[in-house]
Design a protein. Sequence first.
Lengths: 218, 218
Amino acid sequence: MEFPSKLISNAVEEFSRLPGIGEKTALRLVLHLLKQPNEEVKKFSDTIFNMRDQIKYCQTCHNISDSQICNICANPSRSKELVCVVENMRDVLAIENTQHYKGTFHVLGGVISPLDGIGPEKLKIASLLERIEQKGVKEIIMALSPTMEGDTTIFYISKKLADKPVKITTLARGVSFGGELQYVDEVTLARSIATRLPYENYLVKKEEREPKTSVEQK
Amino acid sequence: MEFPSKLISNAVEEFSRLPGIGEKTALRLVLHLLKQPNEEVKKFSDTIFNMRDQIKYCQTCHNISDSQICNICANPSRSKELVCVVENMRDVLAIENTQHYKGTFHVLGGVISPLDGIGPEKLKIASLLERIEQKGVKEIIMALSPTMEGDTTIFYISKKLADKPVKITTLARGVSFGGELQYVDEVTLARSIATRLPYENYLVKKEEREPKTSVEQK
């Protein structure tokens, strides 16, 4: 498309670089912003830039934060002995939304993926090992995506921790609540048969379950 | 959703205000921008603000422009006697993309829509009438959306021009090229039978067609 103004075509180009936004959507957004008052657009662009410019990461867990230590790490009622290892901030949000996790987090910043050029040195693995050694962490829950890359990362970290007195657990793998059995993929179904639970455990209320239950009975 | 940082939640809020962008998409865009280098995000926010701040509108046709008079109005090979009246810049782009229109434009900035509080005084109708009177416009093509609001606007303008020596035409209404007849709506189909064309006209190449053909034979 050829635009009547360089300003428009520059703005459309910037918007189209964002993921999932094509040229037509970008033009729609640009024309919407054009209709807004000048100060509204100023606020929009300032907010975006300030976000990138002033963002901080928690020195302990590497989650996004407004301060040097994030609210979760600074909260005395959250257990420092239980650390949940996740890929990114979105996973922290997802777990926080369950309101059932009382430990702290460690944000790796991704998973090991040689195809994308992401090796262990690009992730916050060294600081995780340091944290485990120095801060008396007793258990780490590997809450990574159930993919090849996620499993590779778990394997790598578990090797590094082989001689450390820390328990490593992973999220329980199995069929989802509310799903239909016929649509569950073969790997998940096969695994959930192999790691089947005694019915008493199934009945236990979520709140009462210990995070270690499923690991201990393997 | 509760975000770990005020900066993030502000940025997500700003993005969610854009049309068609919800909270989840906004968060995805924010996390994407967070991964970009600082100067890239600076460029993004500056481009958006400059666009809104420095944008100009052509004094003649009210299309978006980088200068006082837009490229189309300034082009001596474009007929000033033939003016195509459209709603907004997107319609100008669509007509320009056909590469078959050699006249100039007039951008109304919308259509009359009492339900949305848009009366004739909010559109660039006065300046269209002035332009027709002073600049020797011989024909205006009403290229508005084929909706109630579009038709109302055409009716309003045609009443205002009743005693002026200017020909008013509208885009031909009929079945689209490549469409299947069974899917054409009744109004369009009924109209396209009532305003049927002699087969010779149908055969005439687009380039050779006069814009007045379909009007004259009514």
